[in-house]
Ligand binder design. Structure first.
Ligand code: SF4
Length: 491
């Protein structure tokens, strides 16, 4: 008896998301009038990139020429004067990824059509925010604040936040090679703006780093150090290497993560020979001591993942870095669809050896309402992206709940959808709650953008804000009447 072998046919099943590989492309920077004569050698030189960052509107005009209309520059100017919490700082590498396909059929090359494409661009939306992007009804949530995560409240040495039981955040410096409009550390990071006078670190860097190391030596329950800022790419390499070397002498430190958006924003830094060689030295020491030395970067849209970014990530892996992971920020107009999130994750995972790890909900800093999504929207996005990526590379969307920390978006205890208030609990004490008997039973809150609420909820907030402004009765009292206990009582 013989059997015929019938070859299995590939069956095309229609899926909500259609996976396909996209080769990475470095957009042609010579399409931009100000960089028409820039050579590849210049482009790949970190000093050229740093010295040609766009820091103001005049410099943006010099690069973009007549591609943008005056309306855009006026809009940007108004934003810097009346809304911006971060000053302008965009490396050429990042500016070049905005409206990257100019020159293709159908892509406008100047004037109003190009300006419209620039307005709509996801990278532009968070790196060069303009006044008309922001909400006019609720530009800020009434509960928004500088240092919305209260990191400074939890400083155990200046710049060292001890929030979780086994891990700390070391803010070594307050600057970055790029300034993101939505920066959660807008209180400290970057130059002062018309709206925000930045906090200044008081201690000398060497003294602050010494106090951090002393704290870690004296605190054996801490095993994980996020070395951040700002962005460690703005620290002279020899100083960063010296700090990491010190960390590597502390027996209890088992994980070290270097936080640098510049791996994407200024990959030329991480490709420079001094840095690659230095990373090789510290990575070898880390490996010899069984410590995981990783890099955490911050990429928000697939447009930003270019061949140079992939080359930098691979150079770090080749130098001995344990893993390169991405922590993006979920923002409306930037990455708020399942397609945008999955396209980004596949570009990172398939083409750049960067593991998708987290997407944070945008924090409740002032003037961030237009970027923020509601918890319900974040939960829907988490559902939509499950099952496509490998489990180890499926990012969790997390809400950084003030006084709690990162919670997966489905971990909320209760959710008042009318007022857009989610309630959360936690399972550990932060460093400021050692004597707080209620820390683990208390409810902690996070707020949805008000304009996403049903009309009854929006009306409630309008009255609460009016009442708070004109009467002694506080918004807190009104909010208490909508506590999780009150919610549960009505179920
Ligand atoms: S790179 Fe990070 S720290 Fe720097 S401005 Fe952007 S979000 Fe803030």
């Amino acid at each position: 008896m013989t059997f015929a072998i019938i070859p299995l046919m590939s069956v095309a099943i229609e899926q909500p998301y259609h996976y396909r590989r996209h080769p990475l492309v470095e957009p042609d920077w010579t399409r931009l009038p100000g960089w028409r004569d820039v050579t590849t050698a210049q482009w790949e030189d970190v000093q050229w990139q740093r010295s040609h960052c766009v820091k103001n509107i005049r410099q943006l005009r010099e690069v973009m020429g007549d591609l943008l209309t005056d309306e855009f520059y006026a809009d940007l100017d108004k934003d810097q004067a009346e809304r911006a919490t971060m000053s302008i700082l965009v490396p050429p590498q990042m500016l070049n990824t905005m409206v990257p396909a100019t020159g293709d059929a159908g892509m406008p090359s100047s004037g109003a059509a190009y300006t419209a494409a620039f307005y709509a661009d996801p990278v532009r939306r968070y790196m060069l925010p303009v006044f008309s992007d922001r909400r006019s009804d609720w530009p800020s949530h009434p509960k928004s604040s500088r240092d919305s995560l209260h990191e400074q409240d939890m400083w155990v040495a200046e710049g060292l936040t001890h929030r979780y039981p086994t891990k700390v955040l070391a803010e070594l410096l307050p600057t970055c090679p790029q300034y993101c409009g939505h920066c959660t550390r807008m209180d400290l990071v970057g130059n002062s703006t018309a709206q925000v006078t930045k906090l200044k670190l008081a201690g000398k860097p060497a003294d602050r780093y010494g106090a951090m190391i002393d704290y870690l030596r004296a605190t054996p329950t801490v095993r994980d150090v996020v070395v951040s800022g700002g962005d460690v790419a703005n620290m002279p390499w020899k100083n960063l290497e010296a700090f990491v070397d010190q960390l590597l002498t502390i027996d209890n430190v088992r994980d070290i993560r270097l936080a640098t958006k510049a791996l994407m924003g200024l990959p030329q830094h991480w490709l420079s020979p001094e840095v690659v060689e230095g990373v090789g030295r510290v990575a070898a020491t880390a490996r010899a001591r069984g410590v995981h030395l990783a890099i955490h970067t911050h990429v928000n849209n697939a447009q930003s993942v270019t061949p140079l970014v992939a080359k930098a990530a691979r150079a770090m892996m080749d130098a001995g870095i344990f893993n390169v992971r991405n922590q993006g920020v979920l923002m409306r107009g930037v990455n708020d669809t399942p397609e945008q999130l999955l396209d980004l994750c596949f570009a990172l995972q398939d083409e750049a050896a960067i593991t998708p790890y987290y997407f944070y909900m945008c924090d409740m800093i002032p003037f961030s309402e237009h970027w923020r999504l509601s918890l319900a929207e974040a939960q829907r996005l988490q559902h939509s992206i499950m099952g496509y990526l490998p489990g180890f590379a499926t990012p969790r969307i997390v809400c950084d709940v003030p006084f709690v920390g990162k919670r997966w978006v489905n971990q909320n205890d209760a959710y008042d959808r009318e007022l857009g208030i989610s309630y959360w609990r936690k399972n550990y004490r932060t460093s400021i709650e050692a004597a707080d008997a209620d820390a683990l039973s208390r409810e902690y809150v996070y707020y949805d953008p008000i304009y996403t609420l049903p009309e009854a909820g929006q009306q409630w907030w309008r009255s609460a804000v009016d009442q708070d402004a004109t009467h002694a009765a506080s918004m807190e009292a009104a909010l208490a009447s909508r506590s999780v206990a009150a919610l549960q009582a009505t179920r």
